[in-house]
Design a protein around this ligand. Structure first.
Ligand code: CUA
Length: 196
């Protein structure tokens, strides 16, 4: 017959008690799983931002939202698409409850495009699905995002930041046209899609 162990550490544990080494091993496994999940999520974030060319704002630019319509870059006559001397395009828009001004902009395809937006009331969102464009438009600041449209087509431009009761109706459009078509448009036709 086997002698029962005599020291307190050798005695069998009461029924239902999990031995310490099992507890430690289980804790370590869960810790490893959690660390692996964190690392995987960080990698997904980094990869997604590289693949989608997403990046935080590179500069902070302030503007007086009370005088937007009176003077400076965002007066009405300066809104819409403007061509730069280097052949790129700059699009200026104002987001306001509950519209983008202008409601539709025409942009040439295959040139670098810079969007500059600001708000004259509350925080709005600016998103172009299927592009790298996704930013908040905060009153008092100018949001700037850059992209290039490879193909002509129509893009919807929803406000995706809750801005009040009319938020869900705040939509605008971007119409990307071939370069030759854009060049032949008059100034007014470039700032809206009114003339088709
Ligand atoms: Cu503007 Cu929601």
């Amino acid at each position: 017959m086997v002698e029962p162990p005599s020291g307190p550490l050798q005695r069998p544990l009461p029924d239902g008690t999990v031995p310490e080494r099992v507890v430690v091993r289980t804790e370590e496994r869960w810790l490893a799983i959690m660390v692996a999940m964190l690392v995987t999520m960080m990698l997904i974030m980094v990869l997604a931002s590289f693949i989608g060319a997403l990046h935080p704002a590179s500069n902070v630019e302030v503007i007086d939202s009370r005088t937007l319509h009176l003077k400076g870059e965002f007066v009405e006559s300066n809104l819409g698409t403007a061509l730069e001397p280097d052949g790129s395009a700059t699009v200026r828009l104002i987001a306001q409850q509950y519209d983008f001004v202008p409601r539709c902009v025409v942009i040439p395809a295959q040139v670098p495009v810079r969007f500059r937006l600001t708000s004259d009331d509350v925080i709005h969102g600016f998103l172009l699905p299927d592009t790298n464009i996704n930013t908040m438009v905060v009153p008092g600041f100018v949001a700037e995002v850059r992209t290039r449209f490879s193909r002509p087509g129509d893009y919807v431009m929803p406000c995706h930041e809750y801005c009040g009761l009319g938020h869900q109706a705040m939509w605008a459009r971007v119409r990307v046209v071939p370069w030759e078509q854009f060049a032949h448009r008059g100034l007014l036709e470039r700032t809206s899609c009114a003339a088709q």
